[in-house]
Design a protein around this ligand. Structure first.
Ligand SMILES: Nc1ncnc2c1ncn2[C@@H]1O[C@H](COP(=O)(O)OP(=O)(O)OP(=O)(O)O)[C@@H](O)[C@H]1O
Ligand SMILES: [Mg+2]
Length: 236
């Protein structure tokens, strides 16, 4: 039998691995959501019908209900983050989308410095806003919610280049290499490690790219490149 040989670049292999893992996370969490729905019914039924015979039994029943709720919340979170829904693109101003992401991300202790310019893109506004919300969230985490985040934009030829810089803990080269991988996280808190995976997926669906440079203890710059609106797009 004839054997075929295929050759792939490292980027192609990596993209495919990420696509499969993101799909897996999404499908697995979907199935788990059904299971947890059943568990939630059972725990509700038990809490309403069983009369605990001891304080320990009562505590166990309470704990069961609580844990089922936590599990459900975590699965919903994973589903939300892995599902890049169908894009609904229209001509929009990238500056407005970034301003909305900043507005949603404002918290005490974080200062935003902006140099934004109006720039038309052909994009899904909610999804592109999500890209910047995810990136800003990481910047805030890296600075432990205290410090300055700089966001600047420039138009170079057919592209709009947006840079988000934080002065937080930065990334080691090993983290930098893996940061776009699905479910990769160095955080101990309740996170799923999907923020950058989803951001990259969305940007690539808009024919753009994301590049990151980072230095431990100094900070990180995330550069998002998106194409400017073309005439053919505005007539769609
Ligand atoms: N601005 C940043 N500064 C330092 N490290 C970062 C930054 N952005 C991302 N990282 C690193 O990349 C990892 C992956 O980021 P990603 O946003 O995908 O997941 P997460 O933030 O850990 O979890 P989630 O976004 O799902 O809540 C982070 O855990 C962190 O180690
Ligand atoms: Mg994140």
């Amino acid at each position: 039998m004839e054997e075929k040989t295929y050759s792939f670049t490292k980027k192609q292999l990596n993209d495919e691995k990420n696509r499969v893992l993101a799909k897996f996370a999404s499908v697995a969490s979907h199935d788990l959501k059904n299971v947890v729905g059943g568990l939630s019914n059972i725990s509700y039924y038990l809490s309403k019908t069983i009369k605990p015979e001891s304080e320990t039994q009562k505590k166990m029943l309470d704990l069961l209900s609580k844990e089922v709720i936590t599990l459900n919340d975590r699965i919903v979170e994973i589903l939300d983050r892995t599902r890049v829904k169908q894009l609904t693109k229209s001509p929009c101003d990238l500056k407005e989308l970034i301003l909305k992401a900043i507005e949603d991300s404002k918290t005490d202790g974080i200062e935003f410095e902006q140099q934004l310019c109006s720039a038309q893109v052909y994009a899904d506004p909610d999804r592109v806003k999500q890209v910047f919300t995810n990136i800003i969230k990481n910047a805030k985490d890296a600075m432990k919610n205290k410090g300055k985040i700089t966001i600047s934009m420039e138009i170079k030829g057919d592209n709009i280049i947006t840079s988000v810089t934080d002065y937080g803990q930065g990334m080691s080269s090993a983290t930098l290499e893996k940061c776009f991988d699905p479910m990769f996280s160095t955080k101990l808190a309740k996170v799923v490690g999907m923020g950058l995976t989803v951001a990259l997926q969305i940007v690539e669906l808009h024919e753009g790219n994301i590049k990151i440079s980072s230095e431990p203890e100094k900070g990180t710059t995330v550069v998002v490149t998106l194409p400017v609106l073309k005439e053919k797009d505005s007539s769609l």
